[in-house]
Write a new protein. Structure first.
Length: 247
């Protein structure tokens, strides 16, 4: 089972697959950060760790049930000449959920404190259920890709565990940064809308290269980092403050 440990090819596959899982997990970290923000501050770190642990378990379960996952790519029915598979249904459903969730969160953020009557209570269980369900949607492509890249299930499982451990470390940093910067939170919610639309497009047969999505996200974050730096300078330097007002 672990005979690949002695081969260079096995380690190359492990590193490649781990990197792929980390990249594909970026949207998962953003989603978990947004969801856990409505929990009490002391419970957020635990919720993030449990959410990512559930993500790891669900991905491993999908790998172990790979024959079922691969059957999801077989046509279920045909509508107007287009074949609909189980994978398409899951992607469209997940995309619609992300669109609804992100839009609702944006609406709550824009309402302002004056219009809020009572703070909405969110339970740890509801957060974890949403994380688990969405991770299955996020995992489908990565699991199917992993099967195409690697022959050994043990390599896939080790890669998933390594990726989740790394994401656990960065989830805390990303979450605190989003919580401390309202504009970053709005940007994160916008990313979720974009990811939701991408899932829907993939579900209806329109392939969207992931590189374009990640480039757009990276570019938007870079621009927002410049804006944050300009705002910090504006508070310290009068000249920068004038420039900020003009912009």
């Amino acid at each position: 089972m672990f005979e690949w440990v002695t081969s260079l090819e096995g380690w190359t596959a492990l590193i490649t697959l781990s990197a792929l899982e980390i990249v594909l997990g970026i949207d998962n970290i953003i989603f978990i950060s947004v969801l856990t923000e409505r929990l009490p501050p002391r419970r957020r770190p635990l919720a993030r760790r449990l959410g990512l642990s559930l993500a790891m378990v669900s991905r491993i379960c999908l790998l172990l049930a790979i024959s079922w996952v691969m059957r999801l790519t077989h046509p279920l029915l045909e509508v107007f000449g287009y074949e609909i598979t189980g994978k398409d249904v899951i992607l469209i459903g997940g995309g619609l959920f992300l669109l609804a969730k992100a839009t609702r969160e944006i609406h709550k953020t824009l309402e302002g404190p004056e219009e809020k009557k009572l703070p909405e209570k969110v339970s740890m269980g509801s957060v974890l259920v949403q994380v688990a369900l969405l991770d299955i949607v996020f995992s489908l492509d990565s699991v199917i890709t992993a099967v195409g890249l690697v022959d050994h299930v043990s390599i896939m499982i080790v890669a998933i565990v390594l990726a989740v451990l790394i994401m656990m470390f960065f989830a805390e940093i990303v979450s605190k940064f989003i919580e401390g910067h309202p504009t970053i939170k709005m940007l994160a919610l916008s990313f979720l809308i974009m990811v939701g639309m991408t899932l829907i497009l993939e579900g209806v047969g329109v392939h969207v290269p992931k590189g374009y999505i990640y480039f757009a996200m990276a570019f938007s974050v870079a621009v927002e980092m410049l804006n944050l730096r300009l705002r910090r300078r504006a508070r310290k330097c009068p000249a920068a403050k004038k420039l900020h007002k003009k912009s």
